[in-house]
Ligand binder design. Structure first.
Ligand code: HEM
Length: 115
């Protein structure tokens, strides 16, 4: 199960980045829902990986994963209504949280496999 989740984070996380950049660069609304769908799948997978890592004893990474999985969609939706081509603190925080969540997923996965 953890292997499937980390593969989902890798593939869908990369796709979320690409579609997010397309959304920002092209200002085309058709990219909006695919981006939200991909991002939500990443957040959900990180959430489950965090719970699994906590059950294996990595509480610090687990709590960080839960926080990121909750903050990512919250800060993502704080960008609404969309102001195309805007790059303020919320947009920067959103990208940072997305990249952190994808990175932390690798740590969560290694914590799950270690035991
Ligand atoms: C539930 C999760 C997510 C939600 C609700 C969400 C929401 C959004 C929204 C509304 C925008 C458009 C902002 C605008 O153009 O004004 C956006 C853009 C973007 N998102 Fe996400 N997103 C999520 C996950 C992710 C993830 C996992 C990444 C990966 C790093 C990511 C990367 C980006 C990028 C690069 C942009 C374009 C730059 C920007 O406007 O910030 N997002 N996202």
């Amino acid at each position: 199960m953890a292997k499937t989740l980390i593969m989902l984070v890798r593939v869908l996380g990369l796709a979320a980045i690409v579609v997010g950049i397309l959304l920002w660069v092209t200002s085309k609304r058709p990219y909006f829902w695919p981006h939200i769908g991909l991002g939500s799948c990443v957040a959900a997978a990180v959430f489950v990986l965090a719970v699994l890592a906590m059950t294996k004893g990595d509480v610090v990474a687990g709590v960080a994963g839960l926080l990121l999985a909750i903050l990512l969609p919250l800060v993502g939706f704080m960008q609404l209504p969309m102001v195309f081509h805007a790059m303020g603190a919320v947009q920067a925080a959103h990208i940072a949280l997305g990249l952190l969540a994808i990175g932390l997923a690798e740590r969560l996965y290694s914590a799950i496999r270690r035991v």
